[in-house]
Design a protein around this ligand. Sequence first.
Ligand code: ATP
Length: 235
Amino acid sequence: MLETRGLTASYGQFRALFGVDLTLAAGETVAIIGANGAGKSTLLRAIAGICEGRVSGQVMLNGASLTALNSDQIVEQGVALVPEGRAIFSDLTVKENLLLGAYSARARADEAQNLERVLNLFPKLIERQTQIARTMSGGEQQMCAIGRGLMAKPKLLLIDELSLGLAPRAVEKLTDYLIAINKEGLSILLVEQDVMTAFDLSSYGVVIETGKVTLSGSTAYLSEEPRVREAYLGV
Ligand code: ATP
């Protein structure tokens, strides 16, 4: 469903991505792993059309090019990004945050139905709908951020750092939710520092080092791969 070919991104003279080729099949969850500064966020932002740098190469969704589209048009094509650091509107309520996720034309008509779906998925948010977002726990804020992404009615959800700053129990819960969403047919491209969590969620993994894909394969294979074990699993 998603394909990048020769995706390159530069910030001024600095090149952050060097021709990244990536494929994600419909209904699949793919994990991107790599050290700090490897280019993982840049890759997601380039796919979502919000990379501040200069981007070249191809991004295709179900065979159609996203390359010439702006970020709103990319959302309309069914791609939603849950950004690093959650980036929820901290002074708005949970419900206002969720509804803002449904601004695209593709989602607006089904706003009420999608809200119900998101609240079913994250029952915790039902009782928190009128709460100001910044007063929620980190795990609840991440639920809100993922919920907002889902309000866009995406076919593909890009998640940048699912577990950052969250307690293990909150991560476990979110992992269960994502497995449930994925079973409903949503494709997920996940950037995750915690490689165990990333591999639990994903069938396929891609290792990015200094802007290049250096290794990829099934997560079953990668979790036995000596370089991955040493560099990312601490074994
Ligand atoms: P982390 O795991 O630390 O979030 P990452 O793998 O997501 O890292 P990126 O955020 O994509 O890495 O950054 C890749 C490189 O591009 C880094 O060297 C970073 O400093 C640089 N970079 C990212 N955004 C910008 C920007 N807006 N302007 C200049 N340089 C940037």
